[in-house]
Write a protein that binds this ligand. Structure first.
Ligand code: SAH
Length: 363
């Protein structure tokens, strides 16, 4: 994004574009590699830190490009080591991102793709006020850089999941270059196989993603085993339908070879009944897929409930007997409101109204 002063953010340029910019001004191409190394490996936040560049070039870069435009507006840490940042963007909007640690030494980050969300899933905090805008490439990358700085120098981010605020497939022109910076060896060096894109299910964009040839994991948020129920829970389904989403997901599997993941938020008494499990078996039995069950993380003001552990266990049992690969994913850091848009709302509520929302999210 261009600032009021008309300055470009350096990370809104690909490395090749940056190299061309340097060449035009008579600088050797390897300077791009040095700058990228400072940003992605050495965690620099300003050009003045890049001490192996000539002073004149550092000044020229600082006069031309923005680098560190996000500010930590809130930082919370949970007992399990999960850390959540609320980042303030240059225009005052805010997005959430999370660092999750596990006992295998993995450091996963969960990042956002939009300010708000237009999909309107009825149980999710992110879309309650609709979508405000897409994030830029630099803003998506900034979340990973900010979270990476929370780790000691010897640790690196190992996994990326696009499961924060927003619908990543509605913002592919910025999501794809950001993930390329995450996965390139001269970027953050996180293998594409350790990057997951979670989508509400937009068939045309799923196909476009498949054709990119990057073997990211695809996670489809299903949440219901039939269109009648899914239309209620996930309004964007009304124009699409489960059949078209599964067809696009199958195509993704065919082209990339990545096993599909389906997400299913369990809402007590709504989509957690034995009949729903049996319908899910029909949908998933013959697919190379993993079903991730996510017990609902309550959102203040919404009428949904986390199912009892008995209902959850019964649901899992029916699916397992029916031959579906199923896992329960307990959300980490729920006590620090580490789920989807909850921290942003909390802080906004405490500080007064946020910018007026545009878009179609339910009130
Ligand atoms: N737009 C993308 C990314 C959204 S967040 C998508 O729809 O997949 C990632 C997952 O968290 C989605 O499956 C979403 O439905 C789920 N989710 C949202 N709110 C939740 C809540 N309160 N409790 C549990 N899971 C939630």
């Amino acid at each position: 994004m261009q600032s009021a002063a008309g300055m470009l953010h350096l990370l809104d340029l690909t490395r090749e574009e940056f190299q061309a910019w340097l060449a035009q001004r008579g600088h050797p191409g390897y300077r791009a590699g040095q700058v990228w190394q400072w940003i992605f490996q050495r965690r620099a936040v300003g050009f003045e830190q890049m001490t192996d560049l000539p002073q004149a070039l550092r000044a020229e870069l600082a006069g031309q490009f923005l680098l560190d435009t996000t500010r930590v507006a809130a930082h919370r840490t949970a007992d399990d080591g999960t850390e959540k940042l609320l980042l303030q963007l240059a225009d005052g909007e805010q997005v959430e991102c999370v660092l999750l640690r596990d006992d295998r030494g993995h450091h996963a980050v969960c990042i956002s793709s939009q300010v708000g969300c237009a999909m309107g899933c009825v149980f999710c905090a992110s879309g309650l006020n609709g979508v405000v805008r897409n994030l830029t490439t630099a803003e998506i990358v900034a979340q990973m850089l900010q979270l990476g700085r929370l780790l000691p120098p010897e640790n690196r981010i190992s996994h990326v999941v696009m499961m924060g605020m927003g619908e990543p497939l509605a913002n592919l022109p910025h999501v794809l270059p950001a993930l390329e910076m995450a996965s390139r060896p001269d970027g953050l060096g996180i293998s594409a196989r350790r990057i997951t894109i979670s989508t509400v299910g937009l068939p045309a964009a799923i196909r476009r993603l498949a054709e990119q040839g990057c073997p990211y994991h695809l996670a489809v948020s299903l949440h219901a085993p039939n269109d009648e129920l899914r239309n209620q829970l996930v309004p964007s389904n009304r124009k699409v339908g489960i059949g078209a989403i599964l067809a696009a997901a199958d195509e993704y599997f065919r082209l990339t070879g990545r096993r599909l993941m389906f997400e299913y938020v369990l809402l007590g008494g709504v989509n957690d009944q034995p009949e729903h499990a049996r319908q899910l078996i029909q949908l998933l039995r013959n697919r190379s897929a993993l079903l991730n069950l996510i017990p609902y993380n309550p959102v203040k003001g919404l009428p949904y409930e986390t199912p009892s552990s008995r209902a959850t266990a019964r649901f899992v049992e029916i699916l397992t007997e029916g031959g579906v690969n199923v896992k329960i994913r307990y959300r980490k850091g729920s006590r620090i409101d580490a789920a989807c848009g909850q921290l942003r709302r909390l802080v906004a509520a405490a500080e007064g109204p946020v910018a007026p929302a545009v878009g179609s999210g339910p009130a």
